[in-house]
Ligand binder design. Structure first.
Ligand SMILES: *Cc1c(COP(=O)(O)O)cnc(C)c1O
Length: 596
């Protein structure tokens, strides 16, 4: 049994959809042939190759997206709650627009494109799926993929009932224009190019791609997946193809925050293309695809200073990759290590499954890629942290590997209107120590803490020093306390307590318990209001903020004559006490309660 539903479309037009009684659509809508295309605009560029039902379809539009200024209007159009949901987050009660404007602006600034040429998606995966749904008629059209390559292209095609044609890469994993041309026919709508390619790791030759755009002309879109391109850009080995959009109406570039911006869990990326393609994608997308917390996190990630930090991290990853490649090449049973322009490496082994098994025995999970055509017995390895790479190499060498060492590193970025602070700490390394708060004497004092506690610390603060140093000093202490607390993790095996006594003529008593509970007691009578550029009345605040954010019990008492000595004694003494308390020996919980 079927229900037939008809709807009017721009007064004169209509379409018919056939629905089953249980709500599934079993017939596709058809338009009356006499109609002019949507909004009367001529079909240009690639849109002639899109699914005509979608071209003709009016995209979902909310009253919100049709209205004016979001800041000044009262929205009683979408049945939302007028209050927030009591979880401390803001702007959750309301639907955001389909393409949140602020986020669009940030993406456009990053990629240097106009908002007409960009559609935000839930990661590159959703962009692939939208292209499939927007361009490929199920059961009729086909797409071309170049294996070995990313599995989602075929997966998405399958889900849409679209035929998959293969044009394998050449022996050195380059595009094969002859094979692509041979795989294409009149019903080919999309050609997928992954650069750098997953799993082979290499960037594709840019001329090969632009030539492909010329060959495909107005028949098929060339979809270039640049998920890993930032690594190649940072290494100076390649450029994005985005500027080529000016020359090619059939070029689509996919970008994502997942792999290059440490945000795979965020599900945020975009599709960059000619404006007729991006508008079609917005019709295919869900009405509200980008959750508000995603927008707000993505904005923070895309901010310039954060991009700078991420780029520095990528440089570290690239350096580590190149180092690990050399070491992998020497491991028994590894035949070949392919060059990489990304944050992973593909290796050829005698027996890929056995190699993965050996890694697993050492606690490391790798991806066997032998199912891919053209790679033989291959394994893909992501570049992890330094400790993870040490563990991997030991595992592959068949050395005995200690069970996953508790990682006592922590990074935190804390932004307020007053300060912007980045802290990275590693409790199990003694350096490097690099501190820049903009307050010279305070830098010297925080340096004392790290030096005497014996940990690596990088702390940068960009604060409102023009007003006074108060915010910077206090916020750095808060962030440092949070970083120490985060790095301590479950606190297994730590000394927990620390104490310390004299320093020159100044006598400081520091007693510390990393108990998980906050208590603070400070006894000091500094003879001067300032040491260097550090106000002495801030010393109390610093240690209070540290103790509170470390969730520690801290008592400090200092006496003396020289103010500089007294202050320095507090910081050194605290560092020494901290050294004892964080020192890890075994894995026993230092509490009869079993938790701290
Ligand atoms: C991981 C990966 C993706 C998925 O990206 P998301 O933005 O997380 O959806 C897309 N393309 C390639 C080549 C990938 O390796």
């Amino acid at each position: 049994m079927v229900l037939i539903r008809s709807s009017s479309y721009q007064s004169k037009k209509c379409w018919i959809e056939i629905w089953s009684i249980d709500g599934g659509r079993i017939g596709v809508s058809t338009m009356h042939k006499t109609e002019t295309p949507h909004m009367g605009t001529a079909i240009t560029g690639m849109i002639g190759r899109a699914r005509q039902q979608i071209v003709q379809m009016k995209g979902y539009s909310s009253a919100r997206s049709l209205s004016g200024d979001e800041e000044t209007l009262v929205f009683l159009d979408a049945n939302e709650c007028a209050h927030e949901p009591f979880i401390g987050a803001r702007k959750l009660a309301r639907y955001s627009t389909q393409q949140p404007r602020e986020l669009q602006r940030a993406f456009c600034q990053w990629l240097d494109v106009s908002s007409r040429n960009l559609t935000i998606t839930r990661g590159a995966d959703e962009a692939i799926d939208c292209l499939m749904r927007g361009f490929c008629e199920p059961g009729v059209d086909n797409v071309v993929i170049c294996p070995p390559t990313f599995a989602m292209y075929a997966q998405s095609a399958m889900l849409q009932g679209v035929d998959i044609r293969q044009a394998p890469l050449t022996n050195d994993f380059g595009l094969d224009p002859v094979a692509i041309a041979a795989a294409m026919d009149e019903a080919t709508k999309l050609v997928f190019v992954c650069s750098p390619n997953n799993p082979t790791g290499n960037v594709m030759n840019a001329n090969d791609i632009t030539n492909l755009c010329t060959t495909c002309d107005s028949r098929a879109l060339v979809v270039v997946d640049e998920t890993y391109i930032e690594y190649a850009i940072d290494a100076g080995d390649a450029a994005s193809l985005i500027p080529e959009l000016e020359r090619f109406a059939n070029l689509v570039v996919l970008r994502t925050l997942s792999k290059s911006h440490a945000a795979a869990g965020l599900r945020c990326g975009c599709l960059v293309a000619a404006s007729d393609v991006t508008s079609l994608m917005r019709k295919v997308l869900a009405p509200y695809p980008v959750p508000q917390p995603v927008t707000s996190a993505a904005l923070t990630i895309l901010a310039n200073d954060n991009q700078r930090r991420l780029s520095a991290k990528r440089a570290e990853t690239i350096a580590r990759r190149d180092e690990v490649m050399g070491k992998l090449a020497k491991i028994k049973d590894i035949i070949h290590v392919w060059p990489s322009d990304a944050n992973f490496i593909l290796i050829e082994a005698h027996d890929a499954a056995a190699l993965c098994q050996r890694a697993l025995k050492g606690g490391v999970v790798l991806r066997n890629q032998s199912h891919q055509s053209g790679v033989g017995q291959a394994v893909r390895i992501s570049i992890g942290s330094e400790a993870e790479m040490v563990q991997l190499l030991a595992a592959l060498r068949g050395e005995k590997v200690a069970s996953k060492a508790q990682n006592r590193r922590y990074e935190i970025v804390r932004n307020t209107n007053e300060t912007s602070i980045a802290v990275a700490i590693d409790l199990d390394r003694t350096g490097p120590i690099s501190i820049d708060t903009g307050i010279g004497f305070y830098d010297h004092m925080l340096d004392q803490i790290a030096k005497h506690a014996g940990f690596a610390l990088t702390l940068e603060c960009d604060g409102d020093l023009k007003i006074d140093p108060h915010h910077s000093i206090e916020d750095c202490a808060i962030a440092l306390g949070q970083a120490i607390c985060g790095a301590l993790g479950n606190k297994r095996g730590i000394g927990r307590y620390g104490f310390c006594l004299p320093m020159d003529e100044a006598l400081v008593t520091v007693a510390l318990d990393l108990s998980g509970r906050f208590h603070f007691d400070f006894k000091a009578d500094f003879p001067q209001p300032m040491v260097g550029d550090l106000p002495c009345d801030m010393i109390d605040h610093v240690f209070r903020s540290l103790a509170e954010n470390m969730r520690a019990n801290l008592h400090i008492a200092v006496t003396g004559e020289n103010c500089h000595h007294m202050v320095e004694a507090c910081f050194k003494g605290f560092g020494r006490a901290l050294r004892q308390a964080i020192n890890q020996d075994g894995s026993e919980m230092p509490s009869t309660k079993g938790t701290l």
